[in-house]
Write a protein that binds this ligand. Sequence first.
Ligand code: FES
Length: 130
Amino acid sequence: MEIKNRRVFLKVVTAGMISFFVFIWNKLTLQHIETSGSSEATLPLNKNKEVQFFDRFIVVNTNDNTRVFSSHCSHLGCKIDKVANGKLVCPCHGSEYDLNGNVIKGPAYKNLTEVNSTLTNDGKSIIVKG
Ligand code: FES
């Protein structure tokens, strides 16, 4: 009887520890994604720059086309803040994306999230919703 109680106790403790670590892992890796909620921001647009980095967004200008992507890597959410050889590079584990937000090198396997955006009438700013 005592051995059975010990096994049940160990199972409960193990399940609790696993739940705790999963909770902490999600908080650490997804915290900034959760806080990025839906909001609107107006960003200054420099059409002379192919790529502009902002806190939560990356603005890409190619051939008169302006697109906005989340700056959070699709792997574990690190902030992408570098472009090298025409590729967006994540500083954490080296994932690379082309300027259309497509993964070209892992460990990320999902493309960057594109954010809805609208150019202002004067073309000097871009309004992003995301
Ligand atoms: S978080 Fe970007 S490659 Fe891992």
